[in-house]
Design a protein around this ligand. Structure first.
Ligand SMILES: NC(=O)c1ccc[n+]([C@@H]2O[C@H](COP(=O)([O-])OP(=O)(O)OC[C@H]3O[C@@H](n4cnc5c(N)ncnc54)[C@H](O)[C@@H]3O)[C@@H](O)[C@H]2O)c1
Length: 266
């Protein structure tokens, strides 16, 4: 597949571009910043929120699919979040429809449901058929981006897989990560499964490894062929207890629902 990977210079993008190329896909990279030194392959330095810039990339490249990773990965003001996650997704979706590109894999986030308390979850696992429950403006923008993907799936039959990523890290760093960790290799597995699953339509999955202490249901991922192999449990004895662990483990968004994130929207 010839795949446009946005946010290719970022932490996830650097792993996914290499991982997809290793699996035989042809990667066309895009980022606000120029390619890292030595990068080989097609690269567009462009802003995904600029619809003309995005349209120019689609005009210049023959593409089969998009992996949309570009965006700020944390809490900023609401307009920044909306531009970064919703406007960028809109520009890509419009270009996909105009050029007949039928598949998008989106880096959504656990913060789309981060305000959900863990107490009372069936089997301790959060499924994907729950109310969107964002914990921040960041999470709110992810919910809105998922809504736009759903709209374009219904209107234009675009296949759109929203991966609600947990914590993408080389290794778990705090006890919450025993539940939320997404390993580098599993991230590539998740993206490839989302790219190649036959006709998923609009589909939401949780992007975590097969963690023994997982908070999120892996079945929606497995249903489209995501077969995670790594487990954060191997780090359980090495992670120290911290005073903030209890609070971070009480809602699925970890620290994000906390009052330190409260601020006016505008
Ligand atoms: N890292 C995680 O654990 C995690 C968890 C959940 C969701 N996500 C989501 O995954 C995506 C990638 O996260 P990351 O950790 O790699 O972030 P990152 O900040 O390391 O990388 C993001 C990249 O996107 C680029 N970018 C930002 N805005 C852009 C724009 N408008 N046009 C083009 N390029 C732009 C940046 O230059 C950067 O290279 C984000 O959407 C983030 O919200 C990440």
């Amino acid at each position: 597949m010839r795949v446009l990977v946005t946010g290719a210079a970022g932490s996830i993008g650097r792993v996914v571009t290499v991982g997809l190329a290793d699996r035989g896909h042809e990667v066309v990279a895009l980022d606000l910043v120029p390619p890292p030194e030595g990068y080989q392959g097609a690269w567009h330095t462009a802003d995904c929120a600029d619809r003309d810039a995005v349209a120019a990339v689609f005009g210049a490249e023959q593409l089969d699919a998009v992996v949309h990773l570009a965006g700020v990965p944390g809490e900023e003001d609401l307009p920044t979040e909306i531009t970064s996650h919703v406007i960028t997704t809109a520009a890509l979706l419009d270009a996909m429809v105009a050029h007949g590109v039928g598949r998008i894999v989106y880096a959504s986030s656990n913060h789309a449901v981060g305000r959900t308390p863990r107490a009372g979850l069936d089997d301790g696992l959060l499924t994907t058929d729950v109310r969107p429950r964002p914990d921040t403006f960041y999470g709110t923008a992810k919910v809105a981006a998922e809504g736009l993907l759903s709209l374009y799936a219904d209107r234009y039959a675009v296949d759109a897989v929203a991966c609600r990523i947990g914590s993408f890290l080389e290794e778990p760093q705090v006890r919450r990560n025993l539940a939320t960790w997404l390993s580098h290799d599993d991230c590539v597995r998740m993206v490839e499964a989302s790219l190649t699953a036959p006709a998923p339509g609009f589909h939401v999955l949780y992007g975590i490894s097969r963690n023994t202490r997982a908070w999120w249901d892996l079945e929606p991922g497995r249903a489209i062929g995501y077969d995670p192999q790594d487990d954060a449990e191997a780090w359980a004895d090495r992670l120290p207890d911290r005073p903030e662990d209890d609070v971070e483990n009480s809602v699925v968004g970890g620290p994000f629902p906390g009052e330190s994130f409260y601020r006016p929207a505008l």
